[in-house]
Design a protein around this ligand. Sequence first.
Ligand code: PMV
Length: 315
Amino acid sequence: MPAFTATAPGKIILFGEHAVVYGEPAIAIPVQAVQARAIVTPHIKGQSGDIHIDAPDISLSAQLLDLDPDHPLRAAISQAAGEHPLEDLPACRITLSSSIPASAGLGSGAAISASLIRAFSAFLGQRLTDDQVSLRAFEIEKIHHGTPSGIDNTVVSHQKPLYYRKGEKFRFLEIPTPFSILIADSGRPGNTLNAVGQVRQGWMNDPEGYNQIFTSIGEISENALKQIEAGSPLELGSLMDQNHDLLVELGVSTSELDHLIQTAKNSGALGAKLSGGGLGGHIIALIEDQANQIAADLMDAGAVSTLVTTVGAPP
Ligand code: PMV
């Protein structure tokens, strides 16, 4: 019997993280250069419920039923299985791998969930739509950090740049003029759970002040959408800078991220910001040329890896 394989890309948030949790719009793009992959191999002679998961990247090798019910991998398989009790599922071996750095704001958790849900559903004979994968992966995002906006699962399941507002139908972006984004990993793990919790605490202490910041971030996302769709992506540089300043006000940047952002700009980037939950993770910079020089300067400034992605280029 053949194996069932599915992949899902990493993602970056170009504009609107954190504010998106509070109903403001955000823009995110998939990053195909990094991928999560799930392979489900039927174990014909195995007994029902004999499902073994190997995830060498996180040193996990376990029977599904031995995992805590709240474990994200077990929860993802439950999502794929729907009504079927896990004990009754056909035997198989699952291998998970990912080149998406974990805790870097690149959506690694959502991509692992989406690839696993897609591959396991196919193994059970059900080919899910992108929307179905996304909705199921959203349930796992709740385990990762309680109040997800849904943007991560949406972009990694649909694998296209999109404009997203919680509770509304998202829309794919029209990108008449492609543009390049350099992504640099600070090497310090981000912490989305803490960052989202910290912002919530700040919001509860000062709802008016925080709502004002969220509204300003939402306006930046709206403006960015217009510039992208008008074919003027170079205007995004100053919008990234403004968005980053507001993320600093929310308290989710760090001195390392600020240093990388300043380095990218000194070295010729048109604008830069942190991306994702923050408190570590990665920064993104809009670049026109000089990618190699900017990447080298970022590595000298402490980045552990860099990657350039072109948004709007044919796949
Ligand atoms: O750190 P990441 O890649 O999981 O991105 C989190 C984005 C937030 O806006 C901070 C949270 C969310 O659910 O949208």
